[in-house]
Write a protein that binds this ligand. Sequence first.
Ligand SMILES: O=C(CO)[C@@H](O)[C@H](O)COP(=O)(O)O
Ligand SMILES: [Fe+2]
Length: 214
Amino acid sequence: MTVKIAPSILSADFARLAEEIKEVDKGGADYIHIDVMDGHFVPNITIGPLIVKAVRPHTNLPLDVHLMIENPDMYIQEFADAGADIISVHAEASRHLHRTIQLIKASGVKAGVVINPSTPVCMIEPVIADVDLVLLMTVNPGFGGQAFIESVLPKIEQVRELGGPELDVEVDGGVNRETALLCKKAGANVLVAGSAVFNKKDREAAIAEIRGTV
Ligand SMILES: O=C(CO)[C@@H](O)[C@H](O)COP(=O)(O)O
Ligand SMILES: [Fe+2]
């Protein structure tokens, strides 16, 4: 299975964001992962559609927008208009998950659904056939640089089994060379990595390491 690497800009230097994105683009990244946090759904505040719009002209890679916000329905169109290619919403943050997913699709972008480490896969089972991507959090969302939670691994297997080979199964949090191996073995094909990419000087080598090609 081909593995895609999605560097999370949460660990990038925000004062040099365009250059940071160009570096990982040149270094072989497949997606640019953008963490949107509202200080309510998660205990941290990051960025909004303005930054998505600002980075859009600096790369042709798909922008993979991970919404960690309450009331996601209110902001979906805005993120799509700003240049998102994939929008993922937390099942825990949407009262009417099926409706939220239809809204994402109607906005013209790919739809993803995310679950926290403590949320069981059965919570998203009814919508798996409706989404392009399932994102399994391998840390509790809110911050970069946290330790990988191994108990999520069986959920990766479960989602791959339910979604079949075409579904993008993405993991996010604490992904490095070692944990990437475990995720790939369990069936993940999209690996988000923030600190393991942006805390390294050589981004190309860091990406290759996580992909498993060196
Ligand atoms: O969504 C999140 C955190 O909530 C992630 O996308 C992090 O940014 C990943 O960072 P690392 O764990 O790879 O440092
Ligand atoms: Fe994320």
